[in-house]
Design a protein around this ligand. Structure first.
Ligand SMILES: [Mg+2]
Length: 376
């Protein structure tokens, strides 16, 4: 069945607590949702998210929607969603960059193709290796006491035993103290990693990573700005603690250069920054072939986008650092009837048709920015 329509919506959904990164504090997350409908009326749905408008990366929700509507949708209309790889290859020739825009339409086509065959999306991606995956949580309230309390509660609930601390904002030396206090409180029961979100220069990174390494931190994510590839290589060479590339690891070409020159020694995967689920698999293969460890990252998508991440992560052999698709737990509300399930420190891979999520259209309507959209 051919694609009849492509609808793109921007939704703003509040979070349960402020989520503080180096460049922005999230209190409501803006997600871009794609609905692709075939001639039989069957719908494929997908979601991507950005963080803080343009503060985290170049992509913004408004630009994603505009670029899809104007430049990508014409390549999809009248086509068979089962041909998603062929269609996305053609889109890659006609539209440069725009990974988030490409990801959300590719994923919606995959959801639709899988639903039309009544199979889970992971079957179209090579089949699943994992039924569940370890799930990290980000402690990012901005307050040490509150973070320790949160970590202890989550350990007790058997929800998470990997904690990532966002430490790019504020005084780096005080932030190192913050991390060491959290390790002292929960380090015997949990792995603690840090994400600097590009905030340090190399001098500060040298000092802080040494203290963090000595203090028992088990990974340091994107300590330097994306442009400082050589600095990342020097830190990787100098320290034993793994140095992860996240914001610098976008296209397959970026990731090839990172692995070749050791601009880090592990990679955070995120389907939206790579340009879709098939591109994510390519990135994972490059990393695997280079002996790089993998982390199943999140742009803080809600249940729908996290389920798409789960579908592709389930098909990738190993995640040395686990995954962090905890977005649904950070959102105050959801746009799906069902939700991802979390148990025994892991996220369960959904087994329903497509990404296994049933859309709650009333919720989509409620959170969509512009009610003039055709939301029937
Ligand atoms: Mg990161």
């Amino acid at each position: 069945m051919k694609i009849r329509s492509v609808d793109i919506y921007i939704l703003d959904i509040p979070t349960v607590r402020p989520h503080q990164l180096s460049m922005h504090t999230i209190t409501a997350q803006s997600i871009v949702v794609a609905r692709i409908t075939n001639e039989g009326g069957l719908e494929g749905w997908a979601e991507v998210a950005t963080i803080g408008g343009a503060s985290y990366g170049e992509g913004t929700p408004e630009a994603i929607k505009a670029n899809i509507d104007q430049y990508i949708t014409p390549h999809l209309l009248g086509r068979n969603p089962n041909d998603f790889s062929k269609i996305m290859f053609e889109v890659s020739k006609a539209v440069r960059g725009n990974h988030f825009a490409k990801a959300v339409v590719e994923e919606a086509m995959i959801d639709l193709a899988a639903k039309s065959k009544n199979i889970p999306a992971y079957e179209l991606l090579g089949g699943k290796i994992h039924d569940s995956l370890p799930l990290a949580w980000t402690l990012a309230s901005g307050d040490t006491g509150r973070d320790i309390e949160e970590a202890k509660e989550l350990l007790q609930q058997k929800r998470h035993k990997i904690f990532k601390l966002k430490i790019g904002k504020g005084d780096p030396y005080k932030n190192v103290e913050h991390v060491l206090k959290i390790i002292a409180a929960v380090g015997d029961q949990a792995r603690v990693t840090v994400d600097v979100n590009q905030a340090w220069d190399e001098t500060i990174a040298n000092y802080c990573i040494e203290a963090l390494q000595d203090g028992g931190v088990s990974m340091v994510e994107q300590p330097l700005p994306t442009w400082n590839y050589e600095g990342m290589a020097r830190l990787t060479e100098r320290f034993k603690v793994p140095i992860m590339a996240d914001e610098s690891a976008n296209s397959v070409h970026d990731v090839f250069q990172i692995t070749k020159h050791r601009y880090g020694n592990c990679i955070a995967l995120k389907p939206c920054k790579h340009g879709g689920l098939m591109e994510t698999k390519k990135v994972a293969a490059i990393a695997e072939g280079s002996g790089f460890g993998l982390y199943g990252g999140t742009m803080i998508e809600s249940s729908l986008g996290s389920a798409a991440c789960a579908a592709v992560y389930a098909t990738i052999s190993e995640f040395e650092f686990g995954t962090e698709i905890f977005g649904p737990l950070l959102f105050k509300d959801r746009i799906t009837v069902n939700d991802l399930q979390f148990e025994n420190f892991e996220v369960i891979i959904p087994d329903g048709p497509g990404f296994g999520m049933e859309i709650d259209l009333d919720k989509v309507r409620h959170y969509a920015r512009d009610y003039s959209y055709s939301l029937s």
